[in-house]
Design a protein around this ligand. Sequence first.
Ligand SMILES: [Fe+2]
Length: 340
Amino acid sequence: MSEYAAVPGPADWTAKDYSEVDRWAESMGAAEVAELQHAAEQMPTDMREWVGLKPADIPLKSIGAKLARITDDLERGRGFALLRGIDLPSDDFDRVRRMKWVLAVNLGDVIAQNAKGEMMGSVQAEFEGQRTADVRGYVSRDELRFHCDGGDVATLLCVRQAPVGGSNSLVSSVAIHNAMARECPEHLPTLYRGLPLYMRKESASEGKLDSATLPRIPLFRLSGGQLVCFSNLKLMELSYETAGISMPPEERAALEAYEEIAERDEMKIEFKLEPGDMLLTHNLTVMHKRAAFEDDPDPAKARLMLRLWYNVRGGRSQAFQKPEERRGYFTQAPLVIQEA
Ligand SMILES: [Fe+2]
């Protein structure tokens, strides 16, 4: 196989394969929800003790086969999954967090997702108007472009959905690669070489990041015959913008071709999460995005998602990532959430 040839496999999918969500989503049964709620009640009261919990501490026996199937779909299959029907209490956010943590611990090793070291984040609109380079997109109501998150798997649990907009879209990075191999292979050497990635300097009380830009991150690379993908177009553009340097024309052209293919209707699937839905995407094969939304003016009813990143235990990324590359956001002391 030449370096820039198409790489076939189950992660090479297009919209026609998965446009009907009901055909591929997993649903929780009543007994499984009851088991999850029971496990959530067994967790320590002190959230600081959640960090060290292992699956054996809060096992999910009856949901185990379902979670194993989801892990298989993520690691060796299409690279995404949707778990539906997680009956969340609307009046007990602490319980919602517990249920999310139990599921996460049973799926993998949770990692920090921001400079504060937080391992579970509330995705809620907080910011009006123009964003600067250092404000994370998930606190806005704007459309977010296709991107990957950190770690192997990004999860999003819908607690409350927006009345208008806010749908999620997925696209296979592998399918984009293969379309480029067929249509415009001249761009692939540039994307295999990669682009520098901007690291936001978040206003955190601790762990302010020193390094503004990481070295070149390949958008595509081959590992053991498998295609490994990663991209965040906005952060790759910002690496040049914040340095006051024009992006080289061949990199600009390659990114534009990449995003044009990602945005084709025949490539991406779109759906709207409902309360109790948890979306899981494998960052090395799938990109995700979110549409702009209008929120409920009542903060108690506003759109709310719980976000969490984890690494798959024994996952395939271990073959090419060093341990220090697998710990998520650089932080000395990960914690579940930083209490206000
Ligand atoms: Fe994301």
